[in-house]
Write a protein that binds this ligand. Structure first.
Ligand SMILES: Cc1ncc(C[n+]2csc(CCOP(=O)(O)OP(=O)(O)O)c2C)c(N)n1
Ligand SMILES: [Mg+2]
Length: 540
């Protein structure tokens, strides 16, 4: 089925975007992209604008991550696009289907020095799956459709198109094809069987499930596989919450015991990167399950590495009928370690210290957050603690920056989350350092009536850098921030509200006010600068 569309380049782009289920754009104004605004304005297509282009791309990424559909950022030529590059790179590392549409100086006088004339492609090509300049209005629907199909095809990721001024402003027409269905990639059945046999025969297997399990809609298949083969499950990234915390096979805290003592480690839908000791688990055999052959690790030799649609692979694991070892003792051992760690954590989350330690903030937040609340981490140590103490109970409720580790995702992710889930609690956990990257976008949230709660862990330092630098050199530089700064007053000045909390006992009521406020609200928690997150490698 095709449909004839006509209009200016912006209208042609929008017709293709709608056909692919794109439902809003995130942007910061620039004349080079006016036709896209005109098309949106005349058809009631929502436009959300921000105060820095990186927030637009992060917002689009949050939509893509949470809703498993394309997120759209529209950036003006030159500096608009370059400001969006950290966002595109994060989306590339996170396999998020984000489409960035850029303006571009006119082609007919290219080289003469037009305003913001710059060839974006060499900059964005390494951090996108596809980057292309579309030179005529007639060609825009084809290019947009193809780009979105590429973005959504596993292994997913961002794509970039730019439109020279005369292409987007001129009128054209085209046949708009219905979006191509994305066919699931069939894994090699022998490799799947090899992997299933290894897991079933193991005496101490462990599964670690990451973001692609959620992105690939494979959460139910993961659970079936884990239950059928009786394998404990740990998660990271968007995989968190894939099994509810009370599930007998759900584990979070016994990870060290699990990875030290496992004989088979099954990593599903996440790379064997620094978060997983680069795939080195001692003597354990590694099974790496990936959504595309390109994701197989080059630096380790897994015992098996099935590649393809994660639902198909995990369902095949669930249906495995060969011999199985009994894992009951192993699961019981991990449960004992898990329970002991939970008891320790519970003590820390209740501790009444002065100054407040981050653990207590999360103890209070666990009481204030609804099960479907979206929590967003943007910072150093304060966010490491969030990862440790918060236990997402549903998949698709936890947003971290991912392995690119870019500070500044906070308010962009919050905007995308609020737009995705108008009725849920949205809570951004920010270091005071991280806050500096995006706090001005509170203004965007206030103006567009997008309330969120921001909890700042205000230790007055770039904690994750200051403590390691002191440990390494005995001194530190460039690691201090203004102590006890009133970030809540910044939010107030921008039209939101907030308060500063210095005593542990005041945290609960402050969070209650924050979630009831109906405007962006910042709880500025003065935390202990001496507190350092314990980690084995302190470089980040
Ligand atoms: C864009 C960017 N710049 C710098 C870094 C390096 N970095 C990682 S964590 C961190 C400190 C974060 O400090 P803060 O947000 O205050 O959190 P804290 O560690 O104090 O809890 C820095 C500077 C980074 N990851 N991303
Ligand atoms: Mg800090």
């Amino acid at each position: 089925m095709t449909e004839r569309v006509e209009g200016h380049g912006g209208a042609l782009a929008l017709a293709a975007l709608r056909a692919h289920g794109v439902r809003e754009m995130f942007t910061l104004s620039g004349g080079h992209v006016f036709p896209l605004y005109d098309a949106a304005h005349s058809t009631d297509f929502p436009i959300y604008d921000v105060r820095h282009e990186q927030s637009a791309v992060f917002a689009a990424e949050a939509v893509a991550k949470l809703q498993r559909r394309p997120g759209l950022a529209v950036l003006t030529a030159g500096p608009g696009v370059t400001n969006g590059i950290s966002g595109m790179t994060s989306a590339f590392f996170n396999a998020s289907p984000v489409l960035v549409l850029g303006g571009r100086a006119p082609q007919f006088r290219w080289g003469a020095g037009s305003l913001q004339e710059m060839d974006h492609l060499p900059l964005v090509a390494p951090v996108t799956k596809h980057a292309e300049t579309v030179f005529s209005a007639d060609d825009i629907p084809r290019a947009v459709s193809a780009a979105l199909t590429t973005a959504l095809t596993p292994h997913r990721g961002p794509v970039f198109l730019d439109f020279p001024l005369e292409a987007i402003f001129s009128v054209g027409d085209a046949e708009l094809a219905a979006p191509a269905a994305i066919a699931p990639v069939e894994p090699d059945p022998d490799e799947v069987t090899k992997a299933a046999r290894l897991i079933a025969a193991a005496t101490r297997p462990v599964i670690i499930a990451g973001s692609d399990v959620y992105a690939g809609n494979a959460v139910a298949a993961l659970r079936e596989a884990a239950e059928a083969l009786q394998v404990p499950v740990f998660t990271n990234g968007m995989g968190r919450g894939a099994l509810p915390p009370e599930h007998p096979l759900a584990f979070a805290k016994a990870r060290r015991t699990a990875l030290n003592d496992a004989d088979v480690v099954v990593v599903v839908g996440t790379p064997l990167d620094f978060r997983l000791s680069f795939g080195d688990f001692g003597d354990a055999a590694v099974v790496h399950v990936v959504d595309a052959p390109t994701q197989r690790a080059g630096h380790v030799q897994p015992a098996a590495s099935p590649a393809g649609d994660l639902r198909l692979i995990l369902s095949a694991f669930a249906d495995h009928t060969g011999d199985r070892a009994d894992h009951a003792d192993w699961i019981a051992r991990l449960r004992t370690a898990e329970d002991a760690a939970k008891a320790r954590d519970a003590g820390e989350m209740a501790a009444e210290t002065d100054p407040i330690r981050p653990a207590r903030v999360y103890g209070e937040l666990r009481r204030a957050l609804a099960p479907d609340a979206i929590t967003i981490g943007d910072g150093g140590d304060f966010v490491s603690y969030a990862g440790r103490y918060l236990e997402p109970s549903q998949p698709g409720t936890w947003l971290d920056p991912g392995p690119y580790g870019c500070l500044g995702t906070g308010l962009g992710y919050a905007m995308g989350a609020r737009v995705s889930h108008p009725d849920r609690q949205i809570c951004v956990l920010m270091g005071d350092g991280a806050a500096g990257f995006s706090l001005m976008d509170v203004e965007s949230l206030v103006r567009q009536r997008l309330p969120v709660v921001i909890v700042v862990g205000n230790n007055g330092i770039w904690g994750l850098e200051k403590h390691p630098m002191r440990a390494m050199y005995g001194y530190d530089v460039a690691a201090d921030l203004q102590p006890e700064l009133r970030y809540d007053k910044v939010v107030e000045a921008l039209g939101g509200a907030g308060e500063t909390v210095a005593k542990a006992g005041d945290l609960g009521p402050a969070l209650g006010r924050a979630f009831d406020a109906g405007v962006p609200y910042l709880v500025n928690v003065l935390t202990d600068p001496a507190d350092a997150y314990p980690r084995s490698s302190n470089l980040a």
